[in-house]
Design a protein around this ligand. Structure first.
Ligand code: AMP
Length: 226
């Protein structure tokens, strides 16, 4: 199965973009490009990029556009993205969305398909503040809704579960504020271009996955496979 497109997941923090993006990337055998993961790796490795991003992320703000664009462009130009790519957490501002367009054209990926995962804020707060991630394999749990079999330990590889610093309640509030102000306008931006479909992200992971699969099939039927 070929994707041959950039699939953009929009949605607030905690909507399930990461979980769904991983599944789709596996299904179509294309890279899963999460800018949040890339920044977290940079912070963990102590690179120059990581040193810049760290305090911004800890506040719940967005990293400035030029920094994000440099990182994303370098990644999208690599040959493994030529058959399509799943973008998770990017673009997050109008400027990022506009600057992405010529990059996708150059990579031969054309217009993106955009899926907005909609979830209300009160559900998001519960999801984010309950989220713990495996420090080894990145598996995601929720202490309320999808707990591991043994507290604090990953079911798959026994890795220690850690809470992201930016999932603390006061930072969650700031991240939601940044989302509503800077990222939500992208919904209208892509809707006007006829590129956007919305799915209800409050349903179970399986149901959301099925809804996303249907959106992609419809888009492929409509636009072809390139
Ligand atoms: P995420 O895991 O996608 O929620 O991202 C975690 C943090 O990384 C965000 O709160 C931002 O500080 C930063 N970040 C990730 N992606 C972007 C982006 N596209 N633009 C600006 N900042 C970003």
């Amino acid at each position: 199965m070929a994707l041959n497109r950039a699939l953009i997941f929009l949605g607030p923090p905690g909507a399930g973009k990461g979980t769904q993006a991983k599944r789709i990337a596996e299904r179509y055998q294309v890279p899963h490009l999460s800018t949040g993961d890339m920044f977290r790796d940079a912070v963990a490795c102590g690179t120059e990029l990581g040193l810049v991003a760290k305090p911004i992320m800890e506040r719940g703000d967005l990293v400035p556009d030029p920094i994000v664009m440099g990182m994303v462009e370098e990644r999208l130009c690599r040959p493994d993205c030529s058959g399509g790519v799943v973008l998770d957490g990017f673009p997050r501002t109008l400027e990022q969305a506009q600057r992405l367009e010529p990059i996708l054209e150059r990579c031969g990926l054309g217009k993106p398909w955009v899926i907005d995962i909609h979830v209300d804020d009160d559900v998001l707060v519960r999801r984010l503040s309950g989220r713990w991630t495996c420090s080894v394999g990145g598996e995601i749990y929720n202490v309320y809704d999808a707990p591991p079999k043994n507290a604090g330990v990953c079911d798959f590889d026994g890795g220690k579960l850690i809470q992201r610093l930016d999932d603390r309640p006061e930072v969650v509030k700031e991240r939601l504020r940044a989302y509503h102000k800077q990222t939500e306008p992208l919904i209208e931006y892509y809707r006007r271009q006829g590129l956007l479909e919305t799915v209800d992200g409050s349903a179970s992971v399986e149901r959301v996955s099925s809804a996303i699969a249907r959106v992609i099939e419809r888009a492929q039927g409509r636009d072809g496979h390139l």
